[in-house]
Design a protein around this ligand. Structure first.
Ligand code: TGC
Ligand code: FAD
Length: 398
């Protein structure tokens, strides 16, 4: 194999050391640049303040702006959705999460969980009613699967839906629900005589409320709520007709987990960049700390894991676009990329010394956010067990 001449080789780019941008088409780069510019303009100047206050104060306005960008349900077709590729959706998730995991959560729950559930399992009437206002950000959606006593094991859910004449009546509780208190529609999963079914619960339905969960030390710029269902009466057409069994909600999780595979690398990139910049400027013992071998080892290891993670995300994105992506492969990506992202953020924190714990820098905020990302959408252990089962053929969940 002939070696290219040095003159043909592009220069080394510290922001893209593997040359992964070569994998992207001009339209992919355009999506990435648009989301990066929006995040820099709308999120980065305010995020530390929102985080400190533990609020996402302009969530409805942000949702409408995200709708205007085409970011809500962007990988879905029709009904006002952008019809972007999975790779483009992934790039957007990376850029949103480079700003804050809370913004990527807002986008993921809207597009990959609530809208995807309606798009994949809803009737034509349900799609026409809900998807266009959700794509534009006029209506926010949430996705209620987790319960106070059933997180990793949703098969044991206690929320029940029973038939009463032509109606459905729902009773139960959901816990830790992103966007819950600001949602115009909640996708609620409940046990019925025929197994798990999905229901569309409009905000304001009697018996339904969504109190916000406070005192979080992670995902502080994100709305998280309980969903309370006390004899919530819904018409027959509130049920998602095409979803039967736990496979319904778990299919939606594949979509959101895929976005996290990319998103986690955004948080990691922000921390790596902060550490690299800091290491060039901060001097100790008469020289920049980036000149010390131990700091360079940290930076090199961070860069290796960051760009391996992006490459993995890209590979999974291509498989998703080709229709060949398996749930076990999504687990592979979520397990690796979130775990490595946390490690990168923690290492970046050490490079910043005491400044690493300050909200003046993004590192600690991303590191604490990633503690939620490690847990939601399937904990590390769940994804290890999914892979363990696929590798051995033995189910170790129960
Ligand atoms: P199991 O018996 O394996 O499966 C039941 C049925 O589901 C099917 N299935 C899947 N289908 C599509 N995609 C997947 N990933 C699937 N995994 C399983 C399966 O084929 C079967 O279908 P059928 O037709 O034979 O009935 O189920 P299990 O009870 O043993 O549980 C498996 C396990 C533990 C992997 C699953 O329960 C699980 O993934 N648990 C983790 C729960 C979780 O991730 N919850 C997330 C809640 S949503 C959230 O966190 C949003 S945060 C978002 C944000 O803010 O960004
Ligand atoms: P548990 O399931 O109780 O697990 C506790 C520990 O036990 C974990 O380490 C787990 O891995 C381990 N464990 C459990 N079973 C096993 C086993 N068989 N083998 C080995 N280890 C095991 N849910 C939604 O439905 N919608 C949302 O929008 C949503 N948003 C969220 C937002 C935030 C900020 C957070 C923190 C959570 C959110 N969740 C949401 C909930 C999330 O999906 C759950 O927290 C998650 O699935 C884990 O459930 P749990 O917290 O009940 O932990």
């Amino acid at each position: 194999m002939s070696q290219p001449s040095a003159a043909k080789r592009p220069p080394f780019d510290p922001g893209d050391p593997l040359g992964l941008d070569d994998l992207l088409a001009p339209e992919d780069l355009a999506v990435r640049d648009t989301v990066r510019a929006w995040s820099a303009d709308r999120v980065l100047p305010e995020i530390a303040d929102w985080y400190e206050r533990g609020e996402l104060p302009s969530v409805r306005e942000l949702a409408r702006e995200l709708g205007g960008l085409g970011a809500l349900g962007m990988h879905l077709e029709g009904y006002g959705c952008a019809g972007a590729s999975a790779v483009q959706y992934g790039l957007a998730c990376l850029e949103f999460e480079a700003a804050d995991s809370g913004i990527r959560s807002l986008v993921s729950v809207q597009g990959s969980l609530a809208m995807y559930a309606i798009h994949r399992f809803g009737s034509e009437e349900q799609k026409q009613r809900w998807l266009p206002p959700m794509a534009s950000g006029e209506t926010i959606g949430c996705f209620g699967l987790t319960e106070p006593d059933h997180g990793s094991d949703p098969a044991g859910m206690r929320t029940r839906a029973r038939r009463d004449g032509g109606d459905w009546v729902l009773d139960g509780r959901k816990m830790w629900i992103t966007n819950g208190s600001v949602a115009g529609v909640a996708v609620v999963w409940a046990a019925t005589e025929d197994g798990v079914r999905g229901f569309l619960v409009p905000a304001g339905t009697p018996g339904f409320s969504a109190p916000e969960i406070k005192h979080k030390w992670s995902l502080r710029a994100s709305v998280t709520s309980e969903l309370v269902l006390d004899g919530v009466r819904l018409p027959a057409d509130a049920v998602l007709p095409q979803a039967r069994g736990l496979g319904g909600p778990l299919s939606c999780l594949n979509q959101a987990r895929y976005g996290i595979v990319w998103g986690a690398m955004g948080a990691a990139r922000a921390c790596f960049e902060a550490a690299l910049d800091y290491s060039r400027e901060r001097e100790q013992f008469g020289r920049p700390i980036g000149g010390f071998q131990l700091t360079q080892a940290k930076l090199a290891d961070m860069a290796v894991e960051l760009h391996k993670g992006i490459l993995l995300a890209h590979h999974l994105g291509r498989r998703m676009d080709a229709g060949t992506l398996r749930p076990e492969q999504v687990s592979f990506g979520k397990l690796n990329n979130v775990r490595e992202a946390i490690e990168i953020c923690r290492t970046a924190r050490t490079v910043l010394g005491a400044n690493g714990i300050s909200l003046e820098y993004p590192v600690m905020r991303h590191a604490t956010n990633l503690e939620s990302v490690l847990t939601y959408e399937g904990t590390v252990e769940m994804h290890q067990l999914v892979l363990g089962k696929a590798l051995t053929g033995l189910d170790a969940f129960r």
